[in-house]
Design a protein around this ligand. Structure first.
Ligand SMILES: C[S@@+](CC[C@H](N)C(=O)[O-])C[C@H]1O[C@@H](n2cnc3c(N)ncnc32)[C@H](O)[C@@H]1O
Length: 366
């Protein structure tokens, strides 16, 4: 008999990860929880290697490592791919501690400035100068893994001291108290070491790629299962809320799923009732599903968390549309489990309809 956890509606969010070591090294609003992945792997008896084509900050990969399963992750965002990698490497904590000691002995001083002027104005000057100082020092760390760990700690510190808060899908300016960068940064590295000592997973290191899920190149019939969650239609625009981290530490990605189209988000396709952005989204998702169908082994399953689209004049039921697409491609629908529902509103007062967040379970027939 199927066991659906009572708290599935929470498990499909990142919130439970906030209290979980390693999962909580970087807060990713749009992620799901490790508990969700553990449940899916056990409930649907998923086989390795497990692929997550939208791996975000590596929740699926970290759980697979913990369960001793091979996994592969892709994300188009260089920030997400980096965080996934940083959270799933094997670390030698002695080496990290030795480096931490060296950093404790340094005092930050002027070492130059980040070139990105747009982002600079969102910080107190001295704090951003300190971040730049550490950024240059991290570059000189010999051990590549230790370097990755320190860089993640610095990126997290940068998000904390920036004078902005992430509200829904946008960044809002908000002055924060001036916190000492050194204390936050080195405190974060120390916490990471403690986490690693407590729960460092012993399973295989996942492979992580910065790549577009629409063109993932994996051998046909080679993958045991997929656990993933694509961007939700019209929900959060990743490149906007992570523009500080992306702007300072990474080159922006070129392609992403068309779940958001700025200019036409409110525009409508008069030939049909569906907003233009939704059409683009389903075209993209069709490519992703076709790809999955190819690389899954016969009998392989895909567990996909999807969210419906809330538009001013209608709700788009992504779950049913995607199931229909998947069936056309050849997948068999095993299940659709509704995890959450919420009211879609126009102008905060007019009820447009109910939006669903669902878990789709598909199978490539044996
Ligand atoms: C809902 S989030 C997944 C979060 C993930 N489950 C986690 O727990 O961290 C969707 C992810 O898809 C990524 N994405 C958007 N377009 C993509 C594309 N074309 N190819 C691969 N990844 C993409 C975004 O960067 C984002 O990290």
């Amino acid at each position: 008999m199927q066991m659906i956890p009572k708290n599935l509606k929470d498990l499909v969010t990142f919130v439970p990860n906030k209290g979980e070591p390693i999962h909580n090294w970087f807060y990713y609003k749009e992620g799901y929880s490790g508990g969700f992945v553990e449940w899916a792997v056990k409930e649907f008896e998923l086989k390795e290697p497990i692929v997550d084509p939208f791996c975000g900050v590596g929740t699926t990969l970290l759980v697979c490592k913990k369960l001793g399963l091979e996994s592969i992750g892709f994300d188009v965002s260089p920030l997400a791919a980096f965080v996934s990698e940083a959270k799933t490497r094997d670390y030698d904590t002695k080496k990290v501690m030795a480096e931490l000691q060296k950093f404790k002995e340094m005092e930050p001083k002027q070492a130059g400035k980040f070139p990105n002027k747009n982002v600079r104005r969102l910080f107190y000057e001295k704090q951003l100068d300190d971040i730049y100082f550490y950024y240059r020092k991290i570059d000189k760390i010999q051990d590549a893994r230790v370097r990755v760990l320190f860089l993640l700690a610095l990126i997290d510190t940068t998000s904390r001291v920036a004078n902005v808060v992430k509200v829904g899908g946008s960044l809002r300016k908000q002055k924060k108290p001036k916190m000492p960068v050194k204390k936050l940064f080195l405190g974060k590295v120390k916490k990471m070491v403690l986490d690693l000592k407590r729960v460092q997973a012993k399973g295989p290191e996942p492979e992580v790629f910065q790549a577009d899920a629409r063109n993932v190149k994996l051998e046909e019939n080679s993958v045991g299962a997929v656990v993933t969650s694509p961007p939700y239609l019209n929900k959060i625009e990743y490149t906007l809320i992570y523009k500080i981290e992306l702007g300072l530490f990474f080159r922006e990605q070129e392609t992403r799923l068309r779940a958001h189209i700025q200019d036409s988000a409110t525009g409508r396709d008069f030939g049909s009732r569906m907003p233009l952005v939704a059409k683009a989204y389903f075209d993209d998702m069709k490519k992703v599903l076709e790809n999955m169908f190819k690389f899954l082994k016969p009998g392989g399953k895909a567990v996909i968390v999807v969210g419906g689209g809330c538009f001013p004049y209608e709700v788009v039921e992504s779950d049913d549309i995607l199931i229909e697409e998947a069936e056309k491609i050849g997948f068999k629908k095993l299940d659709k489990i509704v995890a959450r529902k919420y009211q879609c509103m126009r102008n905060r007062t007019i009820k447009v309809g109910i939006v669903r967040e669902s878990v789709l379970v598909l199978e490539k027939p044996a």
